[in-house]
Design a protein around this ligand. Structure first.
Ligand SMILES: O=C(CO)COP(=O)(O)O
Length: 132
């Protein structure tokens, strides 16, 4: 089963929740991990169960990065707020870099996230969108 990380900055949380709802059927067949607040919101607002790491600013991005190093992740959806500076910018940059190092696909926008999830669905033979 694919293991996918879901991360969104505060401004992008409504978008990742909408995405999770749209892809709920597919995502329910995946092993999901998320940074703290993103995971909490997705669990509250969908029927998905999500393993939660720490919140991003206190190390959650770094924990996700560690999973990349360990080759545990098949993809990451990371909806960044492109217009707001983050206190943990070095952690964010490190996560992007380590995904490049290990060739783990990362989507940073809604549309690229749909391509990523559609691609994983095609690999697993699951239907990407629709009802559970
Ligand atoms: O800050 C984040 C990613 O850089 C996300 O963290 P939260 O999911 O805890 O809000």
């Amino acid at each position: 089963m694919p293991r996918v990380a879901l991360i969104a900055h505060d401004d992008e949380k409504p978008v990742i929740i909408d995405l999770a709802r749209e892809y709920e059927s597919l995502l329910s067949t995946f092993d999901l991990v998320a940074t703290g607040t993103t995971g909490e919101r997705i669990a509250e607002e969908t029927g998905l169960s999500v393993e939660r790491k720490e919140s991003g600013p206190i190390g959650g991005d770094t924990q996700i990065g560690a999973e990349v190093v360990e080759e545990r992740l098949d993809g990451i959806v990371f909806l960044r707020d492109p217009l707001t500076a983050q206190p943990h910018e070095p952690d964010i940059t490190a996560l992007l870099r380590i995904c490049d190092v290990h060739d783990v696909p990362m989507a940073t926008t809604r549309t690229s996230a749909e391509f990523l999830l559609d691609g994983l669905a095609a690999e697993t033979g699951e239907s990407a969108r629709g009802q559970m």
